[in-house]
Design a binder for this molecule. Sequence first.
Ligand SMILES: NC(=O)C1=CN([C@@H]2O[C@H](COP(=O)(O)OP(=O)(O)OC[C@H]3O[C@@H](n4cnc5c(N)ncnc54)[C@H](O)[C@@H]3O)[C@@H](O)[C@H]2O)C=CC1
Ligand SMILES: O=C(O)C(=O)[C@H](O)COP(=O)(O)O
Length: 330
Amino acid sequence: MKILMYTVRPDEQGPINEWVKQHPDYHIDTNTVPLNADTVDLAKGYDGVVILQHASIPDPIVYQKLREFGIKQLSLRSTGYEIIDLAEATKNGLAVTNVPGYSPRSVSELVLADVMYLLRHLGEVREREQHGDFRWTNTEAKEIHTLTVGIIGAGKIGSAVARIFRALGATVIAADPIHRPDLNDTLTYVDHETVYKTADIVTMHTPLTDETHHMINAKVFKEMKSTAIFINASRGPVVKTEDLVDALDNKEIAAAAIDTFEGETPIVNHDLTGKPIHNDNLEKLLAMPNVNVSPHIGFYTEVAVQNMVEITLNDVETILQGKTSLHQVN
Ligand SMILES: NC(=O)C1=CN([C@@H]2O[C@H](COP(=O)(O)OP(=O)(O)OC[C@H]3O[C@@H](n4cnc5c(N)ncnc54)[C@H](O)[C@@H]3O)[C@@H](O)[C@H]2O)C=CC1
Ligand SMILES: O=C(O)C(=O)[C@H](O)COP(=O)(O)O
């Protein structure tokens, strides 16, 4: 059996080689391009296709061609799968799989790092030190156990965030339509408005859907505490970025960390040294010492990369054997 993996990074090659060693009947080829209408022909002659990319695949021709090539699945090495047109995939007989829970700790530990960085004003401290100002002005910090952490979307990642902050003594509240009894000792479920109004740290962990698109906007920022820290490590378009910039400019919130942002595809994991980034809102956020921008690295840990590769390839194998993968999303 032959599998083609798109957009493979060098750090994924080790886990891929390990998987092939355990599965001698499979041959895997890799490339470094995203799947789209220009690159779909590369999949001709393969039995299975695996992708990982930020760019959406809206063009129906991609799904039609995969069907014409006799391919039965399209497996994502990611959790989020909003880049796929599921209706087109289904129409063309493609089972789409994702990797839920490859390592909820990966993203939740970045959230912890962001919160510590912002709570201790390390961005402001570093900015001042660079021009010789070593004073303590405005750097008195709050301790985590005195704070309320508000989670929007307490699924696999959101609940891992909840556990970390509960272990550090914070009060944790969450808004999620699904209430999990196993989290009863960790958090209290409340409505969205209560999270916005009462949390000292508001952190986003929903998927990107029609409902969550721009769910954080000017109206919501006005509800938050002026001392609040806002974090988005879910998907960029969950937040209306221009409203985030305004909320920070107008001191409606105190600080923010964003691991995902609108228009990130041409920026994330690219070296743009000396080149324009063509994203005005991002440039404004990058210039603020009370904002930490990271280029979608929440997932990027050794454990996560290993699991993303291994679980995806196991799913391809399952489908190629004529069975149904537990991770099929259509
Ligand atoms: N920054 C990064 O590198 C990464 C980001 N992600 C993003 O994080 C998202 C969440 O991942 P998981 O926790 O694994 O997914 P999950 O499916 O386990 O949890 C998502 C939770 O959000 C809840 N939810 C949906 N709509 C909601 C709404 N309107 N209000 C409140 N809650 C709502 C769901 O009920 C569910 O409990 C992914 O869909 C992906 O977009 C995932 C992995 C890495
Ligand atoms: O798994 C996800 O969802 C992520 O966000 C990871 O960062 C990787 O997926 P892409 O966003 O790069 O598709």
